[in-house]
Design a protein around this ligand. Structure first.
Ligand code: KIV
Length: 285
């Protein structure tokens, strides 16, 4: 069976995977070809992350990302991966102001973007919002630990939960988002033993990014995995390819070929019937 023929996974399936000890593979994707490649490669859940602001749109952080930008990329990813669960990241300030606004915006991602669920950054302080969106019928993946949208309050893009108090707070956050109805939780940049403890305590799956081997699944940013983002690579990333270098080299060869008159060649050009060509030549005389 091709991966494109697979049935789309739902929250209950991820819960079963946790219970059966089957690892869940999440990957971000922001475009039609990226999502298609993720689906064909067997990814279990695609995250259209607001990381797109940095890796696709070139912003310095995820804060400027708008609902409209997210929606356009969710729609493109959906076209590329029609049979894969897509979780759409709620951008900064799309869920923070009120539960009503959060439901409205999450609803837009599902109605217009055909997302299957949404992701909300934040722990106990967003339990009410997570609960309201879940109760409105939209599955929510929570996100605790390093939450890039509020990184300035966390002292920058730093590992979280390193002191006993911070570790206890993270455990409370994990319990609170589960209690609020989240079906899954991303755990970012926390010591591996703390992520393992959270994973053991929760009945919902944990998806680690810099959370060590014991999480129920892993997520990476597409551009980090394939080597497409040159500004920085976090310690938790495994780089599997150097796509940026491949692209740059191909473009350099193209530039050289055009400049030196080696492209296009005959096989890249079109011809016409001889009699039409002869008439055309007469015109130019
Ligand atoms: O926006 C994103 O891509 C994310 C992942 C890093 C989990 O939130």
């Amino acid at each position: 069976m091709k991966d494109s023929d697979k049935k789309k996974l739902l929250p209950d399936n991820y819960m079963e995977m946790k219970q059966e000890g089957k690892k869940i593979v999440m990957l971000t994707a922001y475009s039609y070809p990226q999502a298609m490649a993720a689906q064909e490669a067997g990814v279990d859940i695609i995250l259209v992350g607001d990381s797109l602001g940095m890796v696709e749109l070139g912003y310095d952080s995820t804060l400027p990302v708008t609902m409209e930008e997210m929606l356009m990329h969710i729609q493109a990813a959906r076209r590329g991966a029609p049979n894969t669960h897509i979780v759409a990241d709620m951008p900064f300030m799309s869920f923070n102001v009120s539960a009503e606004k959060a439901i409205e915006n999450a609803g837009l991602f599902c109605k217009k973007g055909l997302a299957d669920s949404v992701k909300i950054e934040g722990g106990a302080e967003y339990a009410g919002v997570i609960n309201a969106v879940s109760k409105a019928g939209i599955p929510v993946c929570a996100h605790i630990g390093l939450t890039p949208q509020t990184a300035s309050l966390l002292g920058g893009l730093k590992v979280q939960g390193k002191t006993l108090d911070a570790a206890k707070k993270l455990m409370q956050d994990a319990a609170a988002v589960q209690e609020a109805g989240a079906f899954m939780v991303v755990v970012e940049a926390v010591p591996a033993n703390l992520a393992a403890l959270i994973t053991k305590k929760l009945s919902i799956p944990t998806i680690g990014i810099g959370g060590g081997i014991d999480c129920d699944g892993q997520v990476l940013v597409f551009h980090d995995l394939v080597g497409l983002y040159k500004r920085f690579t976090p310690k938790f990333v495994k780089v599997y390819a150097n796509v940026y270098d491949v692209m740059e080299k191909a473009i350099e060869e193209y530039v050289k070929d055009v400049k030196e008159g080696n492209f296009p060649e005959v096989q890249h050009s079109f011809t016409m019937k001889k009699e039409v060509s002869d008439k055309l030549n007469e015109l130019s005389e």
